[in-house]
Write a protein that binds this ligand. Structure first.
Ligand code: SF4
Ligand code: SF4
Length: 317
């Protein structure tokens, strides 16, 4: 029966070298309780399957326009006219999501897949077939499987059973988590998790809540409990200008991490970059996008040295 448990995924990426050691296959689950303004995967935030649109694939209303008639609720009309990469004028569809029930009829009508539904219900058996297919690459590279999101432990039954079956198949496992989940979910995952890729976004709880939408106490407590229970932490710190990049803030990181030092196998500093910005247009929600200048290489090296001075292994990127 466990093979029939379903999870809502939005991607499965092979040959990943960014999600833990070696070559990995990463399963991305939909839905997250946090709202980081710099999120590089905004399509991961909501828990439901939702309509997305990629302008680069769209043929335009005049050449195609099947989506307009496909929508039974009249959500799609003529939108703005712009000049495409070939220098031609093109009128895009405008999608008003106010009355949209995410029925997906417009995506079915869109042969160019410019409109598509993001979020697929997959069974454990379906995902495991994909993960075991890549097993030779894990074995030769020291890699494995990473379950990520969104927040994958917000779908605990699916994530934990997936981890259990990976271990049963001799596959190394990592859980990429915000830490903002009930301890019970982490505790259940622990026996099947070789390491937690654990995000520490900000050490000031009030600022964490103001910017990200939730406080950080639960995140810090869960990191300490993982350490107490013998789990391993691969700490990830997104370095954000004017938010957590100061020397004083990194002193706080250093102080906290020293309390869980035996569990920390690596600290990864991730400098803010602007590459995810274009994804926000795909959501069709007119959300405000956070834009800032990335931290300089010199600042990143300084913050790295600050944590190394406390005896940690630190890498940038
Ligand atoms: S998904 Fe939304 S926009 Fe598309 S056809 Fe259904 S109601 Fe209309
Ligand atoms: S059906 Fe697809 S390609 Fe055609 S206009 Fe609509 S979104 Fe663009």
């Amino acid at each position: 029966m466990t093979n029939e448990i379903t999870g809502k995924t939005y991607d499965i990426q092979g040959f990943s070298v960014q999600d833990g050691p070696g070559v990995r296959t990463t399963v991305f689950l939909k839905g997250c309780p946090l709202r980081c303004p710099w999120c590089h995967s905004p399509e991961s935030q909501r828990f439901n399957t939702e309509l997305n649109w990629m302008s680069i694939r769209c043929l335009g209303i005049d050449a195609c326009g099947y989506c307009v008639n496909a929508c039974p609720k009249g959500c799609i009309t003529r939108g703005e006219t712009t000049i495409n990469a070939l220098g031609d004028s093109i009128t895009f569809p405008a999608v008003d999501k106010t009355n949209c029930d995410e029925c997906g009829l417009c995506a079915k009508a869109c042969k160019a897949t410019a409109l598509y539904m993001c979020g697929t219900d997959m069974t454990i058996a379906e995902v495991m077939r994909r993960l075991t297919h890549d097993k030779p690459f894990y074995e030769t590279s020291g890699g494995g499987v990473t379950v990520s999101g969104g927040e994958c432990l917000s779908q605990p039954d699916f994530t934990i059973e997936l981890l259990r079956q990976c271990k049963e198949n001799g596959i190394n496992t990592a859980v990429d988590t915000t830490g903002f989940v009930p301890w019970s979910a982490i505790e259940r995952a622990l026996p099947y998790t070789d390491m937690f890729l654990y995000d520490l976004k900000c050490m000031d709880s009030a600022m964490h809540k103001q910017v990200i939408g939730v406080p950080n106490e639960l995140i810090l407590e869960n990191a300490q409990k993982i350490a107490e229970h013998g789990g391993k932490l691969w700490i990830r710190i997104p370095v954000m200008p004017m938010f957590n990049d100061s020397r004083e803030h990194f002193d706080k990181y250093g102080e906290f991490l020293t309390t869980v030092k035996d569990a920390v196998i690596n600290i990864q500093l991730l400098p803010y970059h602007k590459m995810g910005i274009s994804k926000y247009d795909r959501l069709l929600t007119n959300e405000q996008v956070f834009v800032a200048e990335p931290p300089s290489d010199a600042l990143m090296e300084e913050r790295k040295a600050q944590l190394e001075a406390r005896g940690f292994t630190v890498r940038i990127h």
